[in-house]
Design a protein around this ligand. Structure first.
Ligand SMILES: *Cc1c(COP(=O)(O)O)cnc(C)c1O
Length: 227
């Protein structure tokens, strides 16, 4: 029988190698989000995150608040992005210092209400816009509505703009991906101009890192490539 420790050790060595490989594909100034949702793609969220924190990842991303709380309970102090925070958990984001991805106007309203009730100022949030066909995020046509609300809500501050490339793994869809990248840039410029400060811009998953250098922006989100 193989001792349990051996397999974990090998996994962590692979993880370290993959992390350095992905980082070598991005500029030094580009931040790296390690996506550890789904129990770090089945590899053990706590062990994997602790290793990645030691290696110097800038950020973590989880799907749900519960996973992020588990990280906070296990010595993870780096910023954590929660990709699919649910309404009944939004308050916990503030209590545990988690940065929610806001993907609808209703969610923006709900979160700012909690932030206000908890006397927050400039609480960091990430706004997700839909730049493709993937139905995830706020529609680009709603940008004015979103900006108006944010300007009236000093309890939150836009730390980042997020979008998701729908076909970055498929080089036959290069034209489509380039359109997503262009729209993302336009949204980012508009937000920064209107709000008057720099935000983090993140659109790439692993295949975006490998296939679309122009989509790296200020931060990338990698999951599968780490494992
Ligand atoms: C899962 C996920 C990622 C990571 O994608 P990989 O292809 O595994 O690198 C990035 N961003 C979002 C929003 C995700 O849900």
């Amino acid at each position: 029988m193989q001792p349990k420790g051996t397999r974990l050790e090998v996994n962590l060595n692979d993880l370290e190698h993959n992390y350095h490989y992905l980082r070598s594909k991005i500029n030094d100034g580009t931040k790296f989000i390690s996506v550890v949702k789904a129990n770090a793609y089945g590899h053990g969220i706590v062990e994997v995150a602790q290793k990645l924190q030691d290696l110097g990842t800038d950020y973590f991303a989880t799907a749900y608040v519960e996973e992020a709380v588990e990280l906070r309970n296990n010595k993870i102090v780096k910023p954590i992005l929660v990709l699919h925070a649910q309404q009944h958990n939004l308050e916990i984001c503030i209590d545990r210092c988690l940065e929610p991805v806001i993907y609808s106007v209703e969610m923006l309203d709900a979160f700012t209400a909690f932030a206000k009730a908890k006397n927050q100022q400039s609480y960091p949030i990430h706004i997700e816009f839909n730049t493709g066909l993937n139905r995830i995020g706020i529609d680009a046509v709603d940008i004015d509505k979103v900006l108006d609300k944010i300007k009236l809500s000093p309890e939150v501050k836009v730390r980042g703009l997020q979008s998701h490339l729908a076909a970055s793994e498929d080089l036959d869809e290069e034209a489509f991906t380039n359109k997503q990248i262009l729209l993302f840039e336009k949204l980012a410029d508009r937000i920064q101009e209107e709000l008057g400060y720099e935000i983090l811009k993140h659109e790439s998953n692993t295949s975006g890192i490998l296939n679309f250098k122009s989509a790296h922006f200020s931060m990338v989100r990698s999951g599968i490539g780490l494992y």
